[in-house]
Structures are given as structure tokens and as C-alpha cells.
Design a protein around this ligand. Structure first.
Ligand SMILES: CC(C)(COP(=O)(O)OP(=O)(O)OC[C@H]1O[C@@H](n2cnc3c(N)ncnc32)[C@H](O)[C@@H]1OP(=O)(O)O)[C@@H](O)C(=O)NCCC(=O)NCCS
Length: 241
């Protein structure tokens, strides 16, 4: 299928003015609002609210159906899927939130995953990479100068999370069953996955100075896909119905 389109929006949480939070919260349904209440730390709650309001805003912008009007189902691996209104094509939304940033990716029909990470987090790469990454990825990290490893680790991490989120398995999928190269950006799968690299589009973005973002999209013709990116403000988001 030619002519694919994927939209990636992000929202910097620290730039949301206090008066906008009640309106963003009002976009969420009762279950999301209940979940928001259960976060221990305010910064986690705000990132959650931002991500869910952003996802709903993106659905509204794409379809014209109001942000608050969307329902979601959740599968056995925890992957939420938007329930399309009758007669509308299947929309695939994925969300991610990290310290200071929320992101949402939306497309039609095809598996999509997005992941964001905060570059300010404590470097933990040596142990984590050895434990979870594929040997070829560990070798790439070790070959880098020490000062470049933290950023590269988070590039690998976000790409790997975006892929496992796109296939819907989350961390139930062993992270060493596939391996990325960063430059050029490519993926290789081991036999357990029976997946095909030519059916995937990956993007690495730097939405802010302090964050990295990765997108994974399964598509029969990745070269034909238009990737639309947009840094949203709360005002712009709330302008959608
Ligand atoms: C999905 C997962 C990779 C998220 O990673 P993370 O970096 O901590 O969090 P992110 O902010 O990037 O993404 C979280 C969002 O991904 C979405 N999500 C949750 N599970 C998902 C899955 N299996 N696949 C794709 N997306 C998923 C949700 O929208 C979630 O947002 P929410 O918690 O605000 O509702 C990880 O939490 C995971 O693997 N969860 C599933 C656990 C699991 O395997 N359970 C098995 C149940 S039998």
C-alpha cells in the first residue's frame, strides 16, 4: 500500500502553563483520570496527563472526532488501541512519556510504536546493555568514546522500545532478539522473530535538547510513508475540539 502517513506529536510538560492543566485533564476519560490520581509524584502525573491529552488531540486532529469522544481497548500485553467510530478506518495510536516530555504517534492500520527518553537520566548503560541488548549492539556501544555512550545507549533503548511497542509485546519481547545499527539506521532480527527488516520504517528524532525519540512503523512500502512531526503547545492542543 503506497501513500502511508504517520504523525508524531510531542508536548514539553514544563512549557504547559498552570491554567491549562484542568482543560487537558478534562480531555481524559474517567479511567484515565483515576489513573492520573494514583501517581505518587506530580511530575509523573503531569507527563501521563500530557501524553493522554496529546494522543486524544492527535486523534481529533486526524479525524475531526472530539478528543474526549474516544474509547480504548487494552490487549493481553497491555497495548491500548483506539476504538474507531463506525465506518472509520482502524487508527493506530501509541503514546510515550518520560521526564518532561510526552509523545504520541498515529497512523492508519499499521503497527506503530513510539518511545521517548530523558537524556538527563542517570547513566546506567554498561550493566543494562550487557544484560538486555544484542551482542552486536553492545559491541557498537563499547567501540564509542565513553562520553558518547550515554546518548547512544538511549538511542538504542528508544529504538528497541519503539519496536517492541509497535509489535505490541512490550518488554515481554526479549530485547536481544533483534539488533539495531545507528549509522546507518538498520535492524536485524533473529530467527525467533521471523520478521522482515524491509517492512519497517524507523526514525530517530531529537524533540528537545534533553530528549530523544524513536518511531517504529511496520509498513509494506516504508519508503512511501510521509512522516509528519510537530512540537505542540498546550494552546494548540486545546484548540482542537
Ligand atoms: C510498554 C512498555 C514497553 C512501556 O515502556 P515505558 O518506556 O516504561 O513507557 P512509555 O511511556 O514509553 O509507554 C507507555 C505507554 O505505552 C502504551 N503501552 C502499554 N503497553 C503497551 C504494549 N504492550 N505495547 C505498546 N504500547 C503499550 C501505553 O499507552 C502506555 O501509556 P500509559 O501507561 O500512560 O497508559 C512496558 O511498560 C511494557 O513492556 N509493558 C508491558 C508489560 C507486559 O509485558 N505485561 C505483560 C502482561 S501479561
Amino acid at each position: 500500500m503506497a501513500g502511508g502517513r504517520v504523525a508524531i506529536w510531542w508536548l514539553e510538560v514544563s512549557k504547559v502553563a498552570s491554567p491549562h492543566w484542568p482543560a487537558l485533564l478534562a480531555r481524559l476519560d474517567q479511567a484515565e483520570r483515576d489513573r492520573a490520581q494514583r501517581f505518587h509524584f506530580d511530575h509523573d502525573r503531569l507527563c501521563y496527563v500530557a501524553a493522554h491529552a496529546l494522543g486524544r488531540g492527535l486523534l481529533a486532529a486526524w479525524t475531526g472526532v472530539a478528543a474526549g469522544g474516544w474509547g480504548f481497548t487494552v490487549d493481553a500485553f497491555g497495548k491500548p488501541e483506539a476504538v474507531p467510530p463506525a465506518g472509520m478506518r482502524r487508527l493506530r495510536l501509541n503514546l510515550s512519556h518520560t521526564r518532561g516530555l510526552a509523545a504520541a504517534a498515529l497512523t492508519e492500520e499499521h503497527d506503530v510504536g513510539v518511545d521517548v527518553e530523558w537524556l538527563g537520566r542517570r547513566p546506567v548503560e554498561d550493566g543494562l546493555a550487557q544484560r538486555f541488548f544484542a551482542p552486536a549492539e553492545c559491541a557498537q556501544l563499547v567501540a564509542l568514546p565513553p562520553e558518547a555512550r550515554h546518548h547512544a545507549f538511549l538511542d538504542f533503548w528508544t529504538l528497541k522500545e519503539a519496536y517492541v511497542k509497535a509489535i505490541g509485546k512490550g518488554l515481554a519481547q526479549p530485547l536481544d532478539s533483534f539488533a539495531f545499527t545507528l549509522d546507518p539506521l538498520s535492524i536485524a532480527f533473529d530467527d525467533s522473530l521471523s520478521d522482515d527488516p524491509s517492512h519497517w520504517l524507523f526514525r530517530r528524532l531529537r524533540p528537545t535538547e534533553s530528549h530523544v525519540l524513536a518511531l517504529a512503523l511496520r509498513h509494506p512500502d516504508p519508503g512511501s510513508v510521509v512522516v509528519e512531526t510537530r512540537a505542540m503547545s498546550a494552546e494548540e492542543l486545546l484548540a482542537y475540539p
